[in-house]
Design a protein around this ligand. Structure first.
Ligand code: ADP
Length: 619
């Protein structure tokens, strides 16, 4: 190899060296102590952010170092190297030419000749990236530490080999009552009940699957034993050591809560199965998920025969296709949020049948969607039978009253007719006494006829063929007023009617109702003052509440209920004429409209009769 080739080779080697240094961001530098001349390699210049042709002097070189502790550190080490022949390796911050602050590492080695330093040289490295990572690491370690310490659950770092506790957080100390140092001494076995037979298998499992969650008994420093949930995982730390991180939760409250929930569930099950009612749970698509013992036993079945099946396919409903179709349609309604109730005949064991009052009650979640339906059936066969009997008896009685009333009226008419004839024909030969007897007989017959009419009214009220219709109650009251014109005039009565609503009711019945109440209000007035009768109505959500008040003689509190019974009167016929049928008729009419009637009154202070009628009679 000739000289040129050798130089060329050296150049290449130098370039290679520079290249690798550039990649590692390591430059070299040299300070000639005698001349104070400084040499910076290209990479050193790049680190400082200066041009390749830049040549610094000592003063300028120092000016790149961040003032303060950094500069002091460099000056100290440079002096120490020059005077005491001690090399250095320091980290410092410099300010590059573009003003950016970066971390660098400077190594310096002094060269001595005859006891005197002649040269200082070394490397200069940009370690900003490294430093940032380091800071990041410190920060994340700090963060992890903070998370570990401030976690509300007890956290432990343990060695899976011997069960020693390496670290324990604040919550762990609060829960068990030990300091971190005490934990270090007693280890894992000091805080859990090691007599638990499943422990060895659990540790094996953790080794195998790297993680376990289990319920154990914890032991506090004061000896108290308490339920804990342990969640533990195995991992390798940055040095490759196997460690276990364990989280322990105090389960005392949760266990108590669980016990309470179990207790409630037990009670619920008890009630659910022991009630006479048939009850269960359906999903909105009609699948039976649960049915109580009463329902299942009634049909002579086993739970497996019905649970999980569509409700309408179950035994109870196989009485007819129509029953099943009706149930299916009603479940669809309930699934849309409607409460459905109807009476239906169902099939029991050995093909017996019974009637139940059946409900489908939808249950809603917080988004107001139906998530379940409760089917419930009450055995009402007895009620149905009694009701049938009652209806038939009532019809019988009604027929009887109608017939008897009609039949009685005929002889009554005869009595008054012939009494009148007797009076006309023998007018001259009758004395006062005889005329008085005839008057009593005719008057008795008239009253009896009135009584029969009222009784007929009373018995006809509940007849089935009554139709409900829209009624303008103000018009109806004006009609009533008109029909009572005579007594109103006689007694100088004032009738004040306030605004009244349009109602749905049986017109003839409501007319009788108002006639009776207004008639009574005028009849039972005080002799010395003119009767003032006020009729009003208020809207009571589902009902209309009417009131008829007067300034009459009033009614003692103890009679407020009995006056609504048939034939009950508080006065003699001589004081006030009447039959005792009027208010009983009113009560029957009001009940026909699903309402109530009552009186508010005090003796001598007037009375107010209230009654309600249901607005939507078909609901
Ligand atoms: P009647 O008026 O034919 O006797 P009712 O059934 O209408 O029968 O009334 C029962 C009783 O209630 C009456 O006998 C009377 O004593 C009392 N009563 C009814 N309305 C009033 C009223 N507005 N003021 C005072 N007492 C009344």
């Amino acid at each position: 190899m000739d000289k040129d080739e050798e130089i060329e080779q050296l150049k290449k080697l130098n370039e290679l060296f520079e290249e690798s240094n550039r990649a590692a961001k390591i430059g070299v530098w040299e300070l000639d102590i005698q001349t104070n001349h400084i040499f910076w390699s290209n990479t050193t210049k790049v680190i400082h952010g200066v041009e390749p042709d830049y040549i610094p002097n000592l003063k300028e070189a120092y000016e790149f170092i961040k003032p303060g502790s950094n500069l002091e550190l460099v000056q100290y080490h440079v002096n120490n190297a020059i005077t005491n022949n001690i090399p250095y390796n320091i980290e410092m911050q410099i300010i590059r030419k573009d003003g950016a602050e970066i971390w660098t590492r400077a190594r310096g080695t002094p060269e001595f000749k005859e006891g005197k330093c002649i040269r200082l040289f070394g490397t200069f490295q940009d370690i900003q990236d490294q430093k940032e990572k380091e800071i990041e690491l410190i920060n994340s370690e700090l963060k992890m530490g903070a998370i570990f310490n401030n976690n509300i659950d007890a956290l432990f770092l343990t060695s899976p080999i011997d069960g020693s506790i390496l670290r324990a957080n604040r919550a762990a100390s609060e829960l068990f009552g030990y300091t971190e140092q005490e934990f270090n001494q007693i280890g894992r076995n000091g805080i859990i009940d090691t007599s638990d037979p499943k422990l060895p298998e659990l540790l094996e499992k953790r080794k195998r699957e790297k993680h376990i969650t289990t319920d154990l008994i914890g032991i506090k420093k004061n000896g108290e034993r308490f339920p804990i949930r342990v969640s533990s995982g195995i991992f390798s730390d940055s040095q490759g050591n196997t460690q276990a991180s364990t989280c322990i939760i105090d389960m005392t409250d949760i266990k108590n809560y669980q016990n309470q929930v179990e207790e409630i569930a037990r009670k619920f099950k008890g009630i659910f199965h022991s009630t006479f009612q048939f009850i269960g749970f359906l999903t909105p698509d009609g699948t039976l998920t649960e049915a109580n013992d009463s329902a299942i036993q009634f049909a002579g079945l086993q739970p497996a025969d019905v649970i999980g099946k569509k409700f309408w396919d179950c035994h109870w409903w196989r009485i007819s296709e129509q029953t099943r179709a009706e149930l299916k349609a009603n479940i669809e309604r309930a699934a849309k949020g409607e409460f459905v109730q109807y009476e239906v005949e169902i099939l029991g064991a050995n093909n017996t049948t019974t009637t139940i009052l059946f409900n489908l009650k939808p249950l809603f979640n917080e988004r107001n969607e139906v998530y379940s339906i409760i089917p419930e059936g009450r055995l009402i066969q007895d009620i149905v039978d009694t009701r049938k009997e009652l209806i038939s008896k009532n019809n019988e009685l009604s027929r009887f009253t109608t017939i008897v009333s009609h039949d009685l009226k005929e002889p009554l008419r005869m009595v008054s007719q012939f009494m009148n004839k007797l009076e006309q024909k023998y007018a001259g030969s009758l004395d006062d006494k005889a005329r008085q007897y005839i008057f009593y007989a005719v008057d008795g017959a008239r009253r009896m006829s009135k009584m029969i009419d009222e009784l007929l009214n009373y018995s006809r009220i509940s007849e089935k063929d009554k139709t409900f219709e829209g009624i303008n109650s103000l018009n109806l009251l004006n009609d009533v007023k008109q029909s009572l014109k005579q007594i109103i005039l006689e007694k100088n009565a004032i009738i004040e009617i306030s605004e009244l609503p349009e109602i749905i009711a049986i017109k003839t019945a409501i007319r009788i109702l108002f006639t009776n109440l207004i008639n009574n209000a005028i009849k039972y007035s005080k002799s010395d003052i003119a009767p003032i009768i006020k009729i009003a109505c208020i809207d009571d959500i589902n009902n209309w509440q009417f009131s008829v008040s007067d300034n009459g003689i009033g009614i003692n509190k103890e009679h407020h209920e009995m006056i609504f019974q048939l034939f009950s009167r508080l006065h003699s016929r001589v004081e006030y004429e009447g039959t005792g049928i009027g208010l009983a008729t009113c009560k029957k009419i009001v009940e026909l409209h699903h309402g109530k009637i009552w009186v508010d009154s005090e003796l001598d202070k007037g009375s107010t009769f209230f009654f309600t009628i249901k607005k939507n009679i078909h609901a």
